[in-house]
Design a protein around this ligand. Structure first.
Ligand code: ZN
Length: 242
């Protein structure tokens, strides 16, 4: 059965086969799939450039016995600005690794795909700070995968005015109920957390924060992610090493 779907290439591996390229793609209709691309490593093959890392492409594929086979790939968008900047590229690769872990396999992943495309767009145009794009991408991917933090009210007394966030428990607490292992929040960071978690998808990047608040938001999002997933990411380590 042959089908066509739009996809972002989130990983490429050139070491398999003579002329084919083996890739992992985040597709609109099939979520995360692994596929080999016919002739991608041959010079002048048009499937080659459309199946490089960070390429957003329209793939024609069919299911082989063990994996998908990309018959044809047409590039829709290539994020050149991201590829040309090491810090942006590192962050983009981290988003890709995250999506590979958090997005579903063999089922539609429209929102995950749009989230990554939006994130890459903001990395490209530079109208949002990198830590802000990172925090939104992390939290929205986590929410979609079932790790939604409870940031509406204090977990102990239902107070709306909260000053602390627990990355481990994924909840906010008021001044009275905050414990030592929690992160101190400002009112701005609390509002940003609520916006990212509860806003409709189209609006999730639509807010701004002062730099000091963005740093706290970034720490909250990253610590929450690492605590919930209980693992590290090489691409994240690399981003921090820059
Ligand atoms: Zn409380």
């Amino acid at each position: 059965m042959k089908l066509t779907t739009d996809a972002l290439i989130i990983r490429e591996n050139n070491t398999v086969g003579e002329s084919d390229r083996f890739v992992t793609a985040l597709t609109r209709d099939l979520g995360v799939i692994r596929a080999s691309v016919r002739g991608a490593r041959q010079i002048k093959n048009r499937n080659g450039s459309a199946t490089q890392l960070l390429c957003y492409s329209r793939l024609s594929l069919y299911k082989g016995r063990e994996k998908y086979i990309v018959d044809d790939a047409e590039p829709l968008q290539v994020f050149f600005e991201v590829r040309g900047d090491l810090t942006k590229l590192a962050l983009a690769q981290y988003f890709c690794e995250l999506a590979g872990v958090l997005a579903p396999a063999e089922e539609e992943a429209e929102e995950e795909l749009r989230l990554l495309l939006n994130a890459l767009h903001y990395l490209s145009v530079g109208t949002r700070s990198l830590p802000l794009v990172k925090a939104v991408t992390e939290l929205r991917l986590l929410c979609k995968a079932g790790y939604m933090p409870a940031v509406a009210r204090c977990a102990q007394c239902d107070a709306e005015e909260c000053t602390r966030f627990s990355p481990l428990r994924g909840e906010v607490t008021c001044e009275q109920h905050g414990s030592a292992d929690t992160l101190l929040l400002t009112a701005g960071v609390l509002a940003a957390l609520r916006h990212i978690v509860y806003a409709p998808f189209e609006k999730c990047f639509a807010f701004s924060l002062p730099e000091t608040d963005t740093a706290i938001l970034g720490e909250a999002a990253e610590r929450f992610l690492l605590a919930q997933l209980n693992r590290g990411f090489h691409t994240l380590d690399f981003y921090h090493s820059l």
